[in-house]
Design a protein around this ligand. Structure first.
Ligand SMILES: C[S@@+](CC[C@H](N)C(=O)[O-])C[C@H]1O[C@@H](n2cnc3c(N)ncnc32)[C@H](O)[C@@H]1O
Length: 238
């Protein structure tokens, strides 16, 4: 089994690939005053949980979902098939989107590009009046050692002030922000923990290594669930 096979044995068909809940999507649609017939992108869509929520919440919108991993794009395509051709899903690079979009939604994906770099890239894909909603790892004002340990693999992590600075450096202003915390992480980690338990008996070394890493991540979250968060930001180009 290759490391990629092991990764997808663990992640295949999970409902989502990062923390988040439908109410986060609803909040952003409201904060961004997204019109009924909007053109919306779900970039780094993963298996499409938020794509579905966007499609349900805006029944007349056209939605384009993009993920670079074919497995996730296939899952998102299956999850959104009931919405018909107004929702499309493709394998692609979120750094290369042309729009125009009234809303770019990106849950737990912008850090792959960098907040400032990604927002700069997306400016040209926004329609007039278009907005971006994204979630980004966020340290609390006085981070515990457990919170720092959780984000050790992401040295660019900052508090909310640092995220605002990165938004401003891209030439955007913040219209709204809220924390993604607690239940939003639980909704990601509980299905993952169940899958680990299912795959653990007799797991070969490559798979066991992937299961160990995921289990350790869950344990790091359980050590400080009130301290580990994403900031969800709605931002507009200046
Ligand atoms: C943490 S997951 C979040 C997925 C989804 N938004 C969710 O909340 O379930 C990050 C996703 O970003 C995708 N990704 C990373 N870099 C990308 C890129 N350059 N273009 C498109 N997708 C990318 C990964 O394949 C993965 O599905």
């Amino acid at each position: 089994m290759t490391p990629d096979d092991a990764f997808f044995a663990l992640h295949r068909d999970l409902p989502r690939e990062g923390p988040g809940q439908a109410e986060d999507v609803h909040w952003a649609l409201y904060a961004a005053a997204v019109p009924e017939e909007a053109r919306i992108a779900d970039l780094a869509c993963g298996p499409g949980a938020d794509t579905r929520t966007l499609a349900k919440a805006r029944p007349r919108a056209r939605i384009e979902a993009v993920d670079r991993m074919a497995h996730f794009a296939a899952a998102a395509r299956a999850a959104t098939a009931p919405f018909g051709p107004r929702v499309t899903v493709r394998v692609g690079d979120m750094a290369q989107v042309s729009g125009p979009y009234d809303l770019i939604w990106c849950a737990g994906g912008l850090y792959f590009l960098g907040v400032t770099e990604g927002l700069r890239l997306w400016r040209g894909a926004l329609a007039s009046g278009g907005l971006v909603a994204f979630s980004e790892p966020c340290l609390p004002p006085r981070p515990s050692a457990a919170a720092r340990a959780f984000w050790a693999g992401y040295p660019a992590v900052t508090g909310i002030g640092g995220i605002r600075e990165r938004v401003a450096a891209a030439g955007y202003r913040v219209l709204g922000e809220r924390m993604v915390i607690g239940a939003a992480f639980r909704d990601y980690y509980e299905p993952l923990a169940r899958r680990i338990a299912l795959l653990r008996p007799g797991a070969e070394p490559a798979l066991a290594a992937v299961l160990d890493a995921a289990e350790a991540e869950i344990a790091r979250w359980q050590a400080a669930p009130d301290d580990i968060a994403y900031a969800l930001m709605v931002v507009a180009p200046e």
